[in-house]
Structure formats: C-alpha cells, structure tokens
Ligand binder design. Structure first.
Ligand SMILES: Cc1cc2nc3c(=O)[nH]c(=O)nc-3n(C[C@H](O)[C@H](O)[C@H](O)COP(=O)(O)O)c2cc1C
Length: 411
C-alpha cells in the first residue's frame, strides 16, 4: 500500500493523518477506539459525554435505499453516551496513555454553563488533546441541549465561553445543518473562544413510512420520531455549508474538521479541497468497519503521488474559489453531448429522459434502436449523460451563443 506523508497540523496539534472517527457509537469505549487506532485512524472524537446519561430506544436506525443500494442515507435516533461519565473519562485517559501519538478529542455536551465548564475541565484533566462541543445533536430529549442550542448563536457563544473557562485546550464547535445560515452560530462560537469548527452533524429527517403499519421508520413500539440523517446522501449539504463558512469574511479563517457522508478517499479529498484540514467519519464505518481507513490512506496517497504533491496542506482549499455565485457563471456558451455509438448499448434511456424531462432533442430510430442529438433543440443540459448507464455520452462540440465569440473554455 502506497503511504505518503499525510500528516497535518490542525489547530496547533499534529495529526499523523487527517482521518478521524467522528463522535458516535464507532468510538464509544476503549476497545473500539483502540481497534480503530490500530487500524490506522489518525485520531478519535470520542462519543459525546455529559452529565446527562441517554436512555435510548430500540430499534434506533433506518436507511434510505435507491434501486436496492443500501445505506444511501442513514437515520439514527441516538443521543449521547450511554455509559457513565466516570467510565468514559477513564476510557479517554487510558486511550491517551496507550496511544500518545494519536489525537484524542473529547466531545462534550452540557445542559448549562456550569456543566460545560466542568466537562471541559474534566476532559482536560484526563489528557484529551482537544475538545469538541456538541451543539448539534437533533434528537435530544431535552431542548436545553443539542441542535436547539446550536441554532441559537447567543447560547453557543455563552457555552463556548464556559468551555474556555474550563480549559485551555484548542476546541471545535460542532455545528448543526438544521439551520439556513451556519455563519452566525459558527462566528458566535469563535467569539466565545472556539478554535475551529466541526461540521456537519446530522440532518433532521423522516426516512420513510411503513406502508402496512402506516408508522414512520424505525418503529419504536408503535411510533417513530424525527431524527438525524447521515451518510452519502448528506455529503452535498455538508460541502455546501463548509464552502459557506470558508467564503464568509467572519468565518473564512476558522480551521474546519469536515464531516458528512465521507466513504471514500475521493469524498475525503472533496472536503479537503473545500478547506477542511481534518475529516471525520461515522456512517461508512458503521457499514464497512474501521478497515476503510486503509483505502482512505492509500487513495489519497496515490492522488498526491500522481499530482506530485508532497504536503497535504497544499491541497487544502484549492477548490474554494472555483465555486462562485450563480450570477457570475459564464452563460455565454453551450456544450453539446457527444454519444459514442460504439459504446452505446441502445437502451434508449437518454432518449426517454430528454423527451420527458428535457428538451426533446434526442431522436430515437426504433428499428435500429439508435439515438442522435438534434443540436437545434439541445440546450446542453447533459441530463442524457447523467442517465446513461454505460457513460458513453461525453462533452462534445461547444457553441458560443454570440456567434462572433471564440475564446478559451475550460471544461
Ligand atoms: C448512530 C449515530 C450516533 C451519533 N452520535 C453522535 C454523538 O454522540 N455526538 C456527535 O457529535 N455526533 C454524533 N453523530 C453524528 C456524527 O458524528 C456525524 O456528524 C454524522 O453522522 C455525519 O457523518 P457521517 O455521514 O460520516 O455519518 C452520530 C451519528 C450517528 C449515525
């Protein structure tokens, strides 16, 4: 396995690689975290701890499938740690003693200022390298905690100040995506003393309804409730929020730990290119196990080797400036689809989608099952290439809307 130097300094702490368990059941006790660290993860955000001890439901998960692909999205109904605070603190202490070169981040959640301050002090005393403040769990049974707090910038600032009173460690404020504008709570957290931002936590959801029983999923003794959604399906939402933070004057310099739907090294790299320096994962580990870190490390290493990049930090934020406001996009040209007839399997899906959902620009020769593009009708939307199951439709000829124009285009 090719292994480049993937080390990175994040909020003043050195990570051997940027891949971390995000706070959740994947890092719930000493044994699990130890196995994860032995598997190659650079660090751990331990399952959120607090004075509040969660009483969880059964069952507590449901999934969204599409065309029988499991785990497209994943819903959970869990709150914070079920073990006692003492047990969790002991686990954090032992992990740090046994793995001094790995980074241990303690995720905490208080119910008032005193609890936040005390928790910050306690995790500092047992040797955590960093703290993450959970302002973002969307299914707490108390509204004094979780995403209800994260939606309130004043409370976020106040609780960050309390954490700062309790500890000198660098700390992340973990944001909720259940909000229109993440800049406000993120900025409030920085004003309160947070060193960086972790985002996103889960998205409030109802993933489905049992059609026989007519109850939402999962069914907990006859009822269900709204709770957090994660996994691949939330990646676009996470990337969008991260870009928002990285392009707003108030928050653009905040270090970010990116979370939400990371499964592969390509997913991870997208977060890095949008400005994240570390990356956190839960759902993909729940589905495939800790071993996915091997692919994350080797995939990223190969990419860096291929692109001749020695330091991971050289990739951080490279794509930020290439996402611009809609009004600034070049609307002066059309790129037509080009169908590779040798690779086409004559399924007709491009024809159907173009007719029923596009501009009726693909014609269908019924006898030979052949498609062709009518450039007078085609607007270059590329729905056809997206639905093609063998990906034989690519970007072809370019036409400038202003006929006299002819300039350089980068596709
Ligand atoms: C079962 C489960 C439990 C979770 N528990 C916590 C938690 O205790 N604290 C926290 O900050 N986030 C918690 N999360 C949120 C994850 O840390 C993460 O932010 C979210 O799942 C998105 O990442 P993913 O798509 O890689 O799962 C939990 C997520 C899941 C699926």
């Amino acid at each position: 396995m090719l292994k480049k130097d993937l080390s990175i300094e994040f909020m003043g702490v050195k990570f051997e690689n940027p891949f971390l368990l995000s706070s959740s059941p994947v890092g719930n006790c000493y044994e699990m975290c130890s196995k994860a660290l032995e598997s190659g993860w650079g660090g751990i955000v331990f399952k959120t701890i607090g004075f509040f001890i969660a009483n969880e439901v059964s069952p507590r998960f449901a999934e969204l499938q599409k065309e029988r692909t499991p785990f497209v999205g994943f819903k959970n109904m869990e709150q914070i740690a079920e073990h006692s605070l003492e047990e969790n603190l002991a686990a954090i202490k032992k992990l740090k003693e046994d793995y001094p070169n790995k980074v241990l981040i303690a995720s905490i959640m208080g119910q008032n200022e005193k609890e936040w301050e005390d928790l910050a002090r306690l995790v500092t005393e047992v040797g955590a390298d960093m703290i993450e403040c959970n302002f973002s769990c969307p299914q707490m049974t108390s509204h004094a905690m979780g995403s209800d707090v994260g939606q309130n910038p004043e409370l976020v600032k106040k609780y960050c100040q309390a954490v700062r009173r309790g500890s000198n460690l660098p700390f992340l404020a973990k944001m909720t995506p259940n909000i229109g504008n993440m800049v406000e709570p993120a900025y409030a957290s920085m004003q309160g003393g947070a060193t960086g931002i972790a985002t996103i936590n889960t998205v409030k959801s109802i993933v489905g309804v049992d059609l026989e029983k007519q109850i939402g999923l999962p069914i907990v003794n006859g009822k269900s409730s709204v709770s957090g959604y994660s996994g691949k399906a939330v990646k676009p939402i996470a990337l969008r929020f991260i870009h928002e933070l990285k392009t707003n004057e108030k928050t653009k310099d905040a270090p970010i730990s990116g979370i939400g739907g990371i499964e592969t090294w390509e997913d991870a790299l997208e977060f890095i290119l949008l400005g994240c320096e570390t990356l956190q994962v839960t759902t993909a580990i729940m589905q495939y196990g800790y071993r996915i870190v091997e692919d994350l490390i080797s995939g990223l290493s190969h990419y860096m080797e291929e692109k001749n990049i020695d330091k991971l930090e050289d990739l951080v934020g490279k794509a930020i400036d290439n996402i611009i406001p809609a009004e600034d996009l070049d609307r002066g040209y059309i790129v037509y689809p080009e169908i590779n007839k040798d690779e086409c399997i004559k399924c007709g899906r491009c024809y159907i989608s173009c007719y029923d959902g596009g501009h009726q620009a693909i014609s269908w020769d019924k006898e030979n099952r052949e498609v062709s593009v009518d450039k007078d009708k085609c607007v270059g939307c590329h729905l056809c290439s997206l639905v093609c199951p063998v990906k034989c439709i690519s970007k072809g000829e370019i036409k400038f809307k202003n006929k006299n124009e002819n300039r350089e285009i980068s596709l």
